[in-house]
Ligand binder design. Structure first.
Ligand code: RNT
Ligand code: ZN
Length: 417
């Protein structure tokens, strides 16, 4: 898009918003300050570097075999650098424990150390990014259907050790980068068919978590991620919503809300204000479930817009850690990142530009027709012109211009892998 047209459209949008008492400059500044925690695992379909021929197992699955996936640490970094060059703002990178710099050596999950992630910390520093971390319980010989809730103490201990080490790695990342790292704990533990010992498994998980969180990590913000069910584990998930919600509240840690982990007719946004009244911070996995937790690429849909509105309207941007979590192996993976990141940013910008003052006034005085009418009108405000201007001022491609850029990257780089 031509620069003078972007600016002219922005100036017009700015005036239109000013009519409604909305300051676009303020919204743009707020958008710039929203750091998304970009997941590393869209680059290589959640495989990591333990064994490049490894298969994904443990309640989650990627579908598709689009060519050009990253095969090693250099390619993951190359692709992440490309992604961040195509989106405005300053962001975080979320790593999983299987993405360590193992240099071809076999390092089991109960042996990982901060040193295996030092090159990531250096990379992050070099690129002005902060890091977040995730322990990895899936895709491992010791992770059948159960890990931290396994009946066998030896298996539980193995995963307790892994998770404590993961938290220590996150602690080191937070320390060196001067920004507390979110450590997210998600395990797939559950069963395919009806289970008769639910209380027992949950008591084992609770005990394992108590051991894990007894280790102090001052540079970490801990989060636990609940789920309704996993692939092949349809009848029972040990770490259910209520289980983790209670655990998080009792132990002063964060709950992670993954948009794919709830019933299709539930909306994640409605959970925010309920949680924030009891917990100082929460974590999100912005995702797109299609019929189930399919982890499709995030798009600008109602769920994401309502989520962003809820956070902005609750004045809770500083209390919500916004992580992304999707993996689509059926389309260009860099494209998948840019679409999802930009969709999330657009949702927040829309929310920042909404006429919330007037909406609240209508609501407070019982003028519900007026409230609904203004909500509808706000959908058509020229927020996209403001977003284009954001991209322009951030020196990243405006509107669909990034498509050609990604096609070029595919031609030059990923198609040759
Ligand atoms: C799985 C969870 C979890 C994973 C990532 C890879 O259902 O959403 O967050 O997707 O840790
Ligand atoms: Zn998730």
């Amino acid at each position: 898009m031509k620069q003078d047209r972007i600016i002219a459209a922005y100036e017009a949008a700015k005036e239109r918003y000013a009519d409604l008492g909305i300051d676009t400059e303020k919204a743009l500044k707020a958008l710039k300050d929203i750091s998304l925690s970009i997941h590393c695992w869209q680059t290589d379909d959640v495989i990591g570097f333990e064994n490049p021929d490894g298969q994904l197992s443990g309640g989650i699955q990627t579908t598709g075999n689009y060519p050009g996936k990253a095969r090693n640490i250099d390619e993951v970094r190359q692709d992440m650098e490309k992604v961040i060059s195509l989106v405005g703002g300053h962001h975080r990178l979320s790593l999983h424990a299987v993405y360590g710099d193992f240099k071809g050596k076999k390092v089991d999950r109960n042996e990982i150390e901060p040193e295996h992630f030092q090159s990531w910390i250096d990379w992050a520093k070099e690129h002005g990014m902060k890091l977040d971390f995730n322990s990895t319980s899936f895709s491992h010989p010791k992770s059948g259907d159960l890990t931290l809730a396994h009946r066998d103490k030896a298996i539980r201990d193995f995963w307790i050790e892994h998770t404590i080490r993961s938290r220590k790695i996150a602690d080191e990342m937070g320390r060196q980068l001067g920004s507390k790292a979110c450590h997210n704990l998600w395990i797939h533990d559950g069963s395919k068919d009806i289970t008769v010992d639910r209380y027992y498994y949950r008591s084992l998980l609770k005990d394992s978590l108590d051991k894990i969180f007894s280790v102090r990590c001052p540079n970490v913000k801990d989060a636990v991620e609940c789920k309704l069910f996993g692939m092949g584990l349809e009848s029972f998930t040990v770490g259910s919503h209520e289980f983790y919600m209670c655990y998080a509240m009792k132990n002063n840690i964060m709950s992670t809300l993954d948009m794919g982990h709830f019933h299709p007719t539930e909306e994640t946004y409605d959970k925010i204000s309920a949680l924030l009244l009891f917990s100082p911070e929460i974590m999100l996995h912005v995702s797109r479930p299609v019929r189930w937790d399919s982890d499709h690429v995030v798009i600008l849909n109602d769920s994401v817009q309502m989520l962003a509105q809820e956070i902005v309207w609750a004045d809770a941007l500083s209390r919500v850690n916004i992580g992304l979590d999707y993996f689509d192996a059926s389309i260009n993976r860099i494209g998948a990142y840019v679409i999802g990141i930009r969709a999330t940013q657009k949702a927040f910008l829309q929310a920042l530009l909404s006429p919330i003052g007037q909406l609240r006034e209508y609501e407070a005085s019982g003028r519900n027709f007026e409230r609904l009418a203004l909500l509808e009108e706000a959908k058509g405000l020229p927020w996209n012109d403001v977003f284009n201007y954001f991209c322009l001022t951030e020196n990243v491609p405006v509107a669909e211009d990034y498509i050609a850029d990604i096609e070029q990257y595919e031609k030059d780089i990923t198609s040759k892998r």
